[in-house]
Design a protein around this ligand. Structure first.
Ligand SMILES: O=P(O)(O)O[C@H]1O[C@H](CO)[C@@H](O)[C@H]1O
Ligand SMILES: O=c1cc[nH]c(=O)[nH]1
Length: 257
């Protein structure tokens, strides 16, 4: 569909296409998989890296829009989703392990993010913390606990370079990357991914709610995963926790209303 009047420039949505509650995977291919957990799932739009499906959960309109990888496209998607009426965002993504106590396939509920990215600096000075909204943290934590998932609650490192994480030695700034990675680990940072910090900072700026739940992949020491561990860390295993977490947020909102 070409861009036209009334439609947001990048996500190609208009007022009325979606409701308040939006899941945010990075991967456009994950949108339909998440939407299959909605009642009445329907494709809405796809433009660039932003695919959207809509449906309902417990009678309430929900949607899923992919952010693409990294801060810039995430900020664009969230800004435009706010323009068309969304105010509650849950990132649903994959992440790399950083602590020895996690196992591949564990769930990480993100309560804050290290601002190792550039987009957030276009919103708020670096001293401003990138934190998740308590409603999302509570909903996701209770969902993971009640579903019997192996889960952790903690900080993600949101970075701009995937290969700075996975191949730091190949970078001219290797020493700096490794020194900082060691500091994040020493501070207890749970996982590494690429979008939470930007999402939380845009949300703070626009006064909306955001949180995130991540599938933990791999080992903190980058040892290869076994076939069993690869099976455990499929994104499909994470999605039921995200759906139940959003149901809890919706239920808490209904109880407050
Ligand atoms: O699985 P998604 O949600 O894309 O998230 C992670 O995967 C991508 C890198 O492989 C980055 O977007 C990172 O944050
Ligand atoms: O190791 C990983 C896995 C997913 N996404 C990342 O950014 N890093």
């Amino acid at each position: 569909m070409a861009y036209s009047e009334g439609y947001e420039y990048h996500i190609h949505l208009k007022q009325g296409d979606i409701g308040r509650y939006v899941f945010l995977p990075g991967d456009p291919g994950r949108c339909e998989v998440i939407a299959q957990h909605f009642d009445n799932p329907r494709f809405v739009a796809s433009h660039r890296e932003h695919t959207t499906w809509a449906g309902e959960l417990d009678g309430v309109p929900v949607a899923v829009t992919s952010t693409g990888m990294g801060g810039p496209s995430t900020a664009i998607a969230v800004e435009e989703l706010i323009h068309v009426g969304a105010d509650t965002f849950m990132r649903v993504g994959t992440s790399g392990a950083m602590q020895p106590e996690t196992q591949p396939g564990d769930v990480a509920v993100i309560n804050a993010a290290i601002r190792d990215e550039g987009t957030g600096l276009h919103y708020l000075p670096v001293e401003f913390p990138a934190v998740a909204h308590q409603d999302l943290i509570t909903g996701l934590t209770e969902a993971a606990r009640d579903m019997g998932k192996r889960y952790h609650v903690g900080v993600s490192q949101s970075k701009d370079s995937f290969y700075g994480q996975h191949s730091p030695d190949s970078m001219p700034v290797a020493a700096r990357l490794k020194e900082r990675w060691d500091a994040w680990v020493a501070g207890g940072c749970l996982v590494s991914e690429m979008e939470c910090a930007t999402l939380f900072l845009v949300a703070a700026t626009r006064r909306v709610r955001a949180g995130g739940v991540m599938m933990i992949m791999g080992h903190h020491d980058f040892q290869p995963m076994t076939e069993e561990e690869k099976d455990a860390s499929q994104i499909g295993n994470l999605i039921p926790t995200a759906i139940e977490g959003m149901r809890r947020v919706i239920a808490a909102d209904k109880a407050r209303a």
